[in-house]
Design a binder for this molecule. Structure first.
Ligand code: NCD
Length: 355
């Protein structure tokens, strides 16, 4: 099975995700056998937002596969600064590249890119919405350190509202058997409704907590996240949320012996540096697992990448998405696409629900 793009892991069958993870494992054991696998192929990384790990691990992945990289890490150095639309940038870049990796501040941007690309598109983060390749990284890390993706109690702590890695991770772990979630956050930064509804509909156990200290003893996995400063409307709202949840050696005393601590990074102040020495902290290993997972993903998607343009869908409802951070509210040529629900509509780009 080969999907053409990776925008949301939810659209990928579990068997296909497992194929990618199996390949990542083989590559990790013997990377030298893959050093020519993407020879002659070009990856374009279009980063409209800052990045260290995602961007560099993708580029390192492509170089280790024998391929080449082009792209920008600051849209101000590209024609975007002259007012070029996403559509035009993608049409042009997909003539040069065999695969595109895009990170964008607006929700649904990667999905929009697939409509104008002649080659596979990978979502490397679309605003506060999703980050599927971080989830591949996270689940590959869990498989290697915990040995399973099932029967886990997963604590997710920090900015659950704007943390795109959190949304993607929960959506994916809901698809594995018997997982339970402990959502640790302030009221203001709790999970978006569409994610809460998904958890409820899946029948998974789920509790909310406002204390890391009280919940740490319950969990097998602790996924720490930073407060997403750049997504706040103003600095004072951010400052009210900053520094509330900090994992330190004192709190760690209450944790299970087999706990694994993950973090997509970058860390700001939510994990004390002393915790790095604890063997339960796996967030630096996680960055290396991410590179192997991305090598496998690149090879997987290149495997089915005859250049072609997908037919553009037609709008199925003539209305504006109510989410101001949705790409459709900035790039007006995009067809408006909604999925009809029992009560209202879900925007296909950003998953915002309207009654
Ligand atoms: C995350 C992101 O960009 O969403 N970082 C990453 O890709 N590893 C997490 C974050 O920025 O907090």
């Amino acid at each position: 099975m080969i999907s053409r793009h990776l925008i949301d892991l939810d659209t990928m069958p579990l068997e296909e995700i497992e194929e990618i993870l199996d390949l990542a494992k083989v590559i990790m054991r013997q990377p030298q056998y893959f050093s020519d696998s993407a020879h002659g192929k070009i990856m374009a990384s279009l980063f409209y937002e800052p990045s260290t790990r995602t961007q560099m691990s993708f580029q390192a992945a492509m170089l280790k596969l024998g391929g080449d990289n082009i792209g920008f890490d600051n849209p101000l150095n590209s024609s975007v600064a002259k007012g070029e639309s996403l559509k035009d940038t993608i049409r042009v870049v997909s003539n040069y590249a065999d695969i595109i990796v895009i990170r964008h501040p607006l929700e649904g941007a990667a999905k929009a890119a697939t409509m104008f690309s002649r080659c596979p598109v990978i979502n490397a983060g679309d605003g506060g919405h999703l980050h599927p390749t971080q989830t591949l990284t996270d689940i590959f890390t869990l498989l290697n350190t915990k040995g399973t993706l099932e029967n886990l109690t997963i604590g997710i702590c920090g900015d659950l509202k704007y943390g795109r890695t959190v949304h993607s991770l929960i959506k994916t772990l809901l698809r594995y058997k018997n997982n339970r979630f402990v959502a640790i956050s302030t009221k203001e930064l709790g999970l978006p409704d569409y994610i809460k509804n998904m958890i409820k509909n899946s029948g998974c156990d789920y509790i909310e907590s406002d204390s890391l200290e009280d919940s740490i003893g319950l969990v097998d996995v602790l996924y720490m996240t930073r407060i997403q400063r750049e997504r706040f409307d103003n600095e004072s709202d951010y400052l009210k949320q900053k520094g509330i949840f900090v994992l330190d050696p004192h709190k760690l005393k209450k944790a299970k012996y087999g706990l694994k601590i993950l973090h997509p990074l970058p860390r700001v102040d939510e994990i004390d540096y002393e915790v790095d020495e604890d063997e339960r902290a796996v967030y630096f290993e996680q960055t290396e697992y991410g590179m192997y997972a991305r090598m496998a993903l690149i090879l997987h998607l290149l495997g089915n990448s005859a250049k072609q343009l997908e037919p553009l869908k037609e709008s199925n409802l003539d209305k504006k998405c109510g989410n101001p951070r949705c790409i459709t509210n900035s790039e007006h040529y995009l067809p408006k696409l909604y999925i009809k629900q029992e009560k209202g509509y879900i925007c296909e780009y950003c998953e915002h629900t309207e009654q």
